[in-house]
Ligand binder design. Structure first.
Ligand code: FES
Length: 169
């Protein structure tokens, strides 16, 4: 399963011609459905429903086929993500070193499941399977930055900082 891409630094507002061009550029390879959808998500930060017919037309498939792929892969966001993407590593090394406690903290204290966004729009929680930082497990990535040796207390502090940034931004 592909991993969700980070939102662009400056998500582009929806524009049909621009999205068509993103689709056209990614549609030239065989089996282009996933590359096309990733390209659109990289461009807009998510995949709004208006994109479904554009992709179907470009790839000469039915809207239902596009919708089926979107429904199958939870990594494709249907709504804009929060200002920050927080990825919790769920792979073996991090699991062995306490990633589950961080997940529990996120679930209980933030009220978030994976792929969900806090009500204040500060952050979206995503799972990831190895960040290449196993020596410092458990690891969390915030946007492009990896934080090793995470624990629930550090995680809570990190979340507070992200929320404060959102408020002052
Ligand atoms: S298993 Fe988590 S960083 Fe490798």
């Amino acid at each position: 399963m592909p991993h969700a891409s980070a939102p662009p630094d400056d998500p582009t507002p929806f524009n049909t011609d621009a999205v068509r061009e993103v689709i056209r550029a990614a549609a030239s390879v065989p089996g282009a459905m996933l590359p096309v959808l990733h390209a659109v998500q990289g461009h807009l930060g998510h995949i709004p429903s208006e994109v479904v017919p554009l992709v179907a037309q470009a790839l000469n498939v039915s809207r239902a086929e596009v919708q089926g792929v979107l429904d199958f892969y939870h990594d494709f966001r249907r709504a804009p993500p929060g200002r920050h993407l927080v990825w919790i590593c769920r792979a073996e090394s991090c699991q062995a070193m306490g990633a589950e406690a961080i997940e529990t903290h996120a679930r209980n204290h933030l009220g978030l499941a994976y792929h969900e966004t806090t009500a204040d729009g500060a952050l979206t929680l995503e799972p990831v399977y190895c960040l290449g930082n196993c020596a410092c497990s458990p690891a969390v990535r915030v946007d492009g930055e990896i934080h090793g040796r995470m624990d629930p207390i550090r995680f809570e502090k990190l979340v507070e900082e992200l929320r404060a940034e959102t408020v002052t931004a």
